[in-house]
Design a protein around this ligand. Structure first.
Ligand code: XMP
Length: 507
């Protein structure tokens, strides 16, 4: 398959370059900037992109790729820091300039190749401190902004391009078209990266493995899709384990079992360990202690299953591409399978190798595969849910009453967001409960009941979050239903803390 390699110089947008390119069906892979020339040759790309990065090409610790990479006779595109690298390496000059952040108008001076079919000008997103003062011999300026006279340069002969702005961010108009011009027109890459193709090739690869595969499934999209792909390849040699820890959302254990057993005919083993989990959590109030207990109990249940249903050779995990990159163990596209032992707290004697069928994929690609494989819409759009489940949404000790309140109230919150057409627009939504109580009147009677905290947040990656400005009508419905339908609740509050300083979960 034709591919483009993106050398990562540390810009926060590096991943986005790959994602944008994959969105128009060409495979793109992010690699560290110090990848060797030989490794690049082995990968046989149709073109190479240098990402942006926080450094200045003149600083002592400026990241520098191997010189031979500039002489590969492959089309090159430098973005921001990558642009300055190209200017510098091909004999031009970079100078310190006034920092330029935000949107500028790029005037197109030469509408061939990279900047073809884009009109006369466009809004481009700049974020740089250095700029090209002198362009290298053999290059010409193909676009400029008010602040940067050489905002886009090209050597048509060498097929080398540099742009000072970021085409990968949505604030750059026609940014995808610029990447398309480079990838499709300049590099001539074919649009062969489709999720249907990915399913076929991974099923083929996985079908060659020997031995049984164990896969822990949570009902989340990543573990579900990993399990379905493996099941397509090896059928009942895959055994899925779902642990009901008693801390799940309303009816969740039934819905997940139904999906796996009825829709997909997967060898699905649901272990009801709720009593064990809840009895271990009795009397425990500290948030970290609760997390630790849930984690240890999970490993114990999982290990017991593996021991009595084995032997297993493989442990399947739904690891995604950004996790692979972050952990620094990227081994390229062939590495669907990696050898590793003693993961996630599982004992070494289980001697499991790791199978990670999604390690080349971004989340949106996993969603596409889920759709193709027929995963129900309801699961596709479900919000993320923390591993320790409701134990982190119940402040203080997990008691039966608080568990029941958290489940019922969260169900109401979700239902009302769905009724209002807002559920899919927010990052997470639930109702938490603690030990605080408040007086209410029900009929003519005084009642001393629990206080429920509704939490709805907007976020892009859970690193930061803002509380959602919900319409008052929706809040009113939630509040009325919670106090009417859950006898133990007298007061409903809405949390208006963002992250930071708060976190998304209360514990
Ligand atoms: P916080 O509360 O730290 O949460 O702002 C950030 C995101 O992570 C989720 N979360 C977890 N996910 N295991 C998980 O798998 C955990 O222990 C855990 N704790 C928090 C949380 O739901 C939010 O999306």
């Amino acid at each position: 398959m034709d591919k483009i390699i993106v050398l990562d110089f540390g810009s926060q947008y590096s991943h986005l370059i790959c994602r944008r390119i994959r969105e128009f069906s060409v495979y793109a892979e992010l690699v560290p900037y110090d990848i060797s020339y030989e490794e690049i040759q082995k990968m046989n790309p149709k073109g190479v992109i240098f990402s942006g990065g926080p450094s200045s090409v003149y600083s002592d610790d400026a990241p520098n790729p191997e010189n031979k990479i500039f002489e590969m006779n492959l089309p090159l595109l430098g973005i921001c820091y990558g642009h300055q690298l190209i200017v510098n390496k091909f004999g031009g000059k970079v100078k310190r300039a006034n920092k330029e952040y935000g949107s500028s108008v790029l005037t197109i001076d030469n509408d061939k190749d990279l900047l073809s079919d884009l009109g006369e000008s466009l809004r481009a997103w700049m974020s740089h401190g250095d700029e090209a003062e002198e362009i290298p011999p053999g290059f010409k300026i193909i676009g400029h902004t008010e602040g940067a006279k050489a905002a886009a340069i090209a050597s048509e002969e060498k097929k080398v391009f540099g742009i000072q702005f970021h085409p990968e961010v949505v604030h750059t108009e026609l940014g995808t078209e610029i990447l398309k011009n480079f990838v499709l027109k300049v590099c001539g890459a074919k649009q062969e990266w489709t999720m249907e193709g990915f399913i076929d090739s991974s099923v083929e690869k996985i079908s060659k493995i020997e031995g049984n595969v164990l896969c822990g499934v949570s009902g989340g999209i990543d573990s579900t899709v990993a399990a379905l792909l493996i099941h397509k390849a090896i059928g009942d040699r895959l055994k899925c384990v779902f642990v009901n820890n008693g801390l799940l959302r309303w009816n969740e254990e039934k819905e997940i079992e139904e999906m796996f057993k009825e829709n997909f005919k997967v060898n699905f083993n649901s272990i009801d360990a709720s009593q064990e989990f809840l009895s271990k959590l009795k009397g425990v109030e500290d948030p970290e202690d609760k997390r630790k207990i849930v984690g240890e109990e999970f490993v114990r249940v999982f290990t017991n299953f593996a021991e009595s249903n084995g032997p297993f050779k493989w442990l399947a995990q739904g690891t995604l591409y950004p996790d692979v990159i972050e952990s620094g163990v990227s081994k390229g596209p062939a590495a669907v399978i990696k050898s590793h032992h003693n993961v996630g707290g599982l004992p070494e004697w289980l001697d499991l190798e790791i199978l990670e069928p999604l390690r080349e994929l971004y989340k949106d690609e996993v969603r596409k595969i889920a759709k193709i494989l027929g995963v129900p819409e309801k699961l596709l759009m479900r919000h993320p849910f923390p591993g320790p489940g409701l134990s982190v949404r119940i402040i203080g000790e997990v008691t039966d009453t608080k568990l029941m309140i958290a489940k019922k109230a969260s169900k109401i919150v979700e239902e009302e967001l769905m009724n209002g057409g807002i559920y899919e627009k927010v990052w997470q939504a639930y109702a938490a409960v603690g030990d605080d109580r408040a007086v209410g009147v029900v009929g003519d009677e005084r009642r001393y009941g629990n206080i429920v905290m509704i939490r709805v947040v907007d976020s892009i990656d859970a690193m930061t979050a803002d509380w959602t400005r919900l319409p008052h009508g929706i809040l009113e419905k939630m509040s009325n239903r919670i106090t009417n339908e859950i006898e133990d609740v007298t007061w409903v509050t809405y949390t208006i803390s963002s992250k930071p300083p708060a976190t998304i979960e209360p514990q």
